[in-house]
Design a protein around this ligand. Structure first.
Ligand code: NDP
Ligand SMILES: N[C@@H](CC=O)C(=O)O
Length: 323
């Protein structure tokens, strides 16, 4: 049977999830893409950490060793921050690898250039996991709303923020305690600043803006606030519910976005979206208002989005070969 050689960049919450899902779904993957999926290498930072990977997997902090592997076909990228992820992905594309990424900071900053480069090199980039983790927002927009105009987006895009707001309100717990729980569950980033300051949701709405309108607003024009700015008392006692809302719309020729905590009442579609769930409300020209909801953070949901991207890429390629 044909073998697809894959490398993982990052073996943290997300990377380890991808590794496990590949290991435990080998038979189904073989049926779906007509090949055995072999993880041959993993890029990490700290060589002294214990890793639960098979002995024949190359574990290294040197990207050159990975990109030199003959026949490497796909990279699952889940490291942190724009660099060096962008450089690694750029080089992997030049070497003819397909890319599947969960790294929203990298993709919000460099996604348009990387997509262009991927087209030139005849490879694909899957980025479903960059927005709302397990919720299939990207492919819904790409494939199911091509004729529709998307007039407005309202979304909860940070699982950590929604989890914290929900737990604080329901259990009257302090912010710091719930944040710790969100970290221990793998929802919050190792450095949770981007989660609680709204920057993580900002990157995600920028990715949606690029996808929907082909452009992003000037970053400096976006109203950006995180949940850390909301006094605890207001979260406990407000009438209505605090939600961390990202909004996007086109006004004339300009794309406008905002990312901020708001109080909504029970008439709002996002009112009942609780815990780590994310949701995206799309106001469309033909289909009306559509809402997609599901787990917005965590190891399995994110790995799920990445593996679905993988299947999509390799099924397309399989069809091309067969035809
Ligand atoms: N956690 C989640 O629910 C989700 C996360 N994401 C995104 O996925 C990415 C990974 O998140 P997560 O798994 O939670 O993060 P973790 O901090 O758990 O893991 C990060 C991994 O990347 C490695 N790494 C970090 N920097 C470098 C570097 N410069 N070179 C090589 N390896 C590096 C780390 O190495 P080492 O093990 O040696 O420390 C670690 O294995 C992030 O971009 C995040 O925003 C997206 C969707 C959901
Ligand atoms: N830290 C992020 C993880 C997923 O993107 C979040 O909480 O949403």
């Amino acid at each position: 049977m044909r073998i697809i050689k894959a490398a993982l960049l990052g073996l943290g919450t997300v990377g380890a999830g991808v590794y496990e899902v590949i290991r435990h779904h080998q038979e189904q993957l073989q049926e779906l893409v007509g090949a055995e999926v072999q993880v041959v290498a993993v890029l990490i930072q700290d060589e002294n950490k214990e890793r639960e990977v098979a002995n024949d997997v190359l574990v290294t902090n040197d990207i050159k060793e990975i990109l030199a592997i003959p026949g490497l076909e796909v990279i699952f990228e889940s490291i942190v921050g724009a660099e060096p992820a962008n450089r690694h992905v750029d080089e992997a594309i030049e070497r003819g690898c397909h890319i599947i990424t969960a790294n929203k900071e990298m993709f919000a900053k460099h996604g348009d250039v990387l997509l262009e480069k991927a087209r030139e090199n005849d490879v694909q980039i899957g980025f479903e996991a960059t927005v709302a983790a397990g919720v299939p927002v990207i492919r819904t927009i790409q494939q199911q709303l091509q004729l529709n105009k998307i007039e407005r987006v309202q979304a909860l895009l940070n699982g950590t923020s929604n989890f914290i707001l929900t737990e604080m309100r329901q259990k009257q717990l302090p912010f710091a305690e719930v944040l710790k729980t969100a970290q221990s569950l793998g929802f919050a980033e190792a450095d949770p600043t981007n989660d609680v300051e709204g920057i993580d949701a900002f990157y995600k709405i920028m990715i949606l803006s690029q996808l929907i309108y082909g452009e992003q607003p000037e970053w400096a024009t976006v109203d950006l606030k995180g949940i850390a700015s909301v006094p605890e008392d207001e979260i406990y006692h407000s009438e209505g519910r605090y939600k961390h809302m990202a909004e996007l719309k086109k006004v004339g020729n300009h794309v406008q976005a905002s990312v901020q905590p708001v109080v909504i009442d029970d008439q709002h579609p996002l009112y009942s979206v609780e815990g780590v769930d994310n949701a995206v409300v799309l106001e469309t020209s033909l289909a009306g208002t559509i809402m997609i909801q599901g787990p917005g953070a965590g190891s399995k949901p994110t790995a799920s989005a990445m593996l679905e991207d993988f299947i999509h890429i390799f099924q397309t390629n399989k069809a091309a070969v067969l035809n």
